[in-house]
Design a protein around this ligand. Structure first.
Ligand SMILES: Cc1cc2nc3c(=O)[nH]c(=O)nc-3n(C[C@H](O)[C@H](O)[C@H](O)COP(=O)(O)OP(=O)(O)OC[C@H]3O[C@@H](n4cnc5c(N)ncnc54)[C@H](O)[C@@H]3O)c2cc1C
Length: 355
């Protein structure tokens, strides 16, 4: 069986690994000239660790990642809630949230794929797909053509695969500009906690530990570092940037023998940390169904899961970024109530980890 995976982000690489460990080595192409050193996602949820355990990837993620102990919420500079991140639910062997910069997650996935005998072909850009009854011809820039039985488009938000099969990407774009900074820091008091600072007019700043003394700061304002209300001793700014957020999902994840997964099929804000994890589970599901000849149910299963994740992320985003003083007041009051009630804390963490 010949399979083409378009895109070597976390989604495409997971599909490659999950197929390889079942005996199918796919062709994996990416238009970049090398593996990414650009990290977006950090949080790896229990179900992703479960999925990646049989391939040996999870052990490597655990060896490099940080286990987050808590999520701290500040109203301005006042710490109003410290939520211990453990659920005691025994729903998974990995009942916690792991943090690792996305470029390292991709590096570990890629090494696993190579270990199974695969290779990623960089500087290879898909430009066209032609479908016949049971075959797809993929054309890459430069004009090379190859025949495949199946194609998986894991080529991100601006997916060429999605364009090639003529699918729209219904949804909307958020008007505001978000910002991100990766910084080296001395003496930050929360090295194993997410720090969430809520400010009066709906601004939010989130500080996420990446590794010892290295932190990611994200905000729904144009300058995350400037907006952070807490004192932070930044010794080096590795990267600063701005980004826009879209909230979109395709109606169908498949057309003939071409399938979509990850950001090519759905996108939303980083609130709730679902994006990369959802792509990982799309791919694992695709790989299992392909090997089990069970692809017909792929769209129904993945669309429902994607819709749920987008709903979860949007509820979280709206709650923490609302400029309405009444909503802001209610959110702060709710966080204070959660701080006083350990059994509610466990329910909240359960939802954060398992949806
Ligand atoms: C600031 C920020 C923070 C985030 N934080 C989190 C988080 O904490 N947790 C979480 O789960 N998610 C998070 N996300 C979302 C997460 O980063 C994405 O959901 C994830 O990267 C999607 O992976 P992907 O493999 O589907 O797509 P991508 O990572 O975009 O990979 C697509 C790949 O396809 C390649 N490609 C594109 N077009 C072509 C073509 N025509 N031919 C060949 N190759 C092509 C690209 O070069 C790229 O390598 C965050 C996102 C942002 C922006």
């Amino acid at each position: 069986m010949r399979v083409l995976i378009v895109g070597a982000g976390p989604t495409g690489l997971t599909a490659a690994v999950e197929l390889a460990r079942r005996g199918t080595i796919a062709d994996v192409i990416d238009r970049r000239d090398a593996a990414s050193s650009f990290s977006r996602a950090v949080g790896i949820l229990p179900y992703s660790l479960e999925i990646l355990q049989p391939s040996g990837v999870t052990d490597k993620l655990l060896a490099e990642g940080i286990r987050y102990r808590s999520a701290k919420f500040y109203n301005g500079v006042d710490n109003i809630l410290t939520l211990p991140i453990r659920s005691d639910s025994r729903q998974s062997d990995y009942d916690f949230l792991l943090g690792l910069a996305q470029d390292r997650t991709e590096g570990i996935l890629k090494d696993a794929f190579v270990g199974f005998g695969g290779a990623v072909r960089y500087e290879t850009e898909l430009i066209a797909l032609t479908q016949f009854d049971d075959q797809v011809i993929a054309t890459t820039r430069g004009g090379d053509e190859a025949k495949y039985d199946y194609v998986l488009g894991a080529d991100g938000i601006k997916s060429t695969t999605r364009d090639c099969i003529g699918y729209d990407y219904p949804g909307f774009d958020l008007p505001e500009t978000w910002s991100i900074a990766d910084v080296d820091v001395e003496g930050w008091p929360n090295p194993t906690s997410f720090t969430n600072c809520l400010l009066p007019h709906g601004e939010v700043v989130i500080v996420v530990p990446l590794e010892a003394k290295r932190y990611r700061i994200i905000s729904n304002t144009a300058d995350a570092l400037e907006t952070l209300p807490l004192d932070m001793t930044v010794t080096n700014v590795r990267r600063e940037g701005q980004f826009k957020i879209s909230v979109r999902q395709v109606d169908s994840y498949q057309k003939g023998h071409v399938f979509l997964a990850g950001d090519a099929a759905h996108c939303h804000s980083p609130a709730g940390g679902r994006g990369m994890n959802l792509g990982i589970s799309d791919s694992a599901d695709f790989a299992r169904r392909l090997v089990d000849s069970d692809l017909d149910g792929y769209t129904a299963a993945r669309h429902a899961e994607g819709e749920q994740a987008i709903g979860f992320s949007e509820r979280g985003r709206k709650a923490i970024t609302s400029p309405n003083p009444l909503v802001r007041g209610l959110v702060i009051a709710a966080l204070k109530i959660i701080a006083a009630l350990p059994f509610v804390q466990r329910r909240v963490v359960q939802t954060l980890l398992y949806g």
